[in-house]
Design a protein around this ligand. Structure first.
Ligand code: DX5
Length: 246
């Protein structure tokens, strides 16, 4: 396999973000505390409505309760229909906030937003950190005109709905394309990747080299008995991909 192009632009801070999907939903609060103790940067809540994706998880109250157990920043990924996105955006923005009301990351899917520009503006106005996600089939161009409104772009590297799936390698070039736009326009925007991310050169390493700096890991992190070990390994592989000596 030919060597891929090195990172374009200055490396951004590597952040390791566990997805709660593999956690024990019977004691989610305690598992959130475990993620905090392991040195994770923030926690991703995968909200699924059985409509936008073929799986069903939880609503805003679960996130609201988890806030009692950890001080970590939250990130809420809304894998829900347009009807749910429009009806509940303010509620999800509220429950995603930090312990002192700091903005929480709220991710809407471009595929579930007829009025994406309006939704992202609404999240910022409600005190959230607006972000947008793209499913694997969705061209990067769909978010080109809202890069000035977001703090993160989430490139899905699996078809959303379930953990433990295989990384889709064709997504690496999508990351690279978005990264070039961000750097050339001098925007302060992180790129996140989510799905099949493991402590390997082929996944987190290639994504970091392409320009991602936020890594959502579910099974790839929960596979470690000592989660802090997983955080260290994932971080080291990401720094290597960025070409930054650990
Ligand atoms: C979509 C979920 C992902 C998933 C990642 O399926 O939003 O965050 O849990 O899980 P892994 O890391 O196991 O692919």
């Amino acid at each position: 396999m030919s060597e891929s192009a090195p990172l374009y632009g200055k490396p951004r801070k590597v952040q390791i973000i566990p997805s709660v999907l593999p956690a024990d939903f019977g004691k989610l609060g305690a598992d959130c505390k475990k993620m905090e103790d392991a040195g994770c940067d923030r926690i991703q809540f995968d909200v699924m409505d059985g409509n936008f994706v073929p799986n069903l998880t939880f609503g805003p109250d679960t996130i609201r309760w988890c806030r009692q157990y950890t001080k970590l920043p939250f990130e809420t990924q809304l894998m829900v229909s347009e009807r749910c996105t429009d009806a509940m955006l303010d509620t999800f923005t509220e429950v995603s906030k930090g312990p002192n009301g700091e903005p929480g990351v709220v991710i809407v899917h471009v595929e579930a937003c007829t009025h994406l520009h309006r939704n992202l503006t609404k999240i910022r106005a409600a005190g959230g950190s607006p972000s947008v996600a793209l499913n694997p089939h969705t061209p990067a161009e769909m978010i080109e005109n809202v890069l000035d409104l977001v703090d993160h772009v989430l490139v899905m590297t699996v078809n959303p709905g379930f953990g433990g799936q295989k990384y889709i390698p064709t997504m690496t070039d999508k990351v690279r394309k978005i990264r070039k736009w961000i750097v050339d326009r001098n925007l302060d925007v992180d790129i996140e990747v989510d799905g099949g991310i493991k402590a390997t050169k082929e996944t987190i390493g290639e994504c970091a080299r392409a320009g991602a700096n936020c890594f959502i890991a579910g099974s790839g992190l929960f596979a470690f008995d000592d989660m802090s070990e997983g955080v260290k390994k994932l971080t080291a592989m990401a720094l290597e991909g960025q070409g930054v000596a650990p």
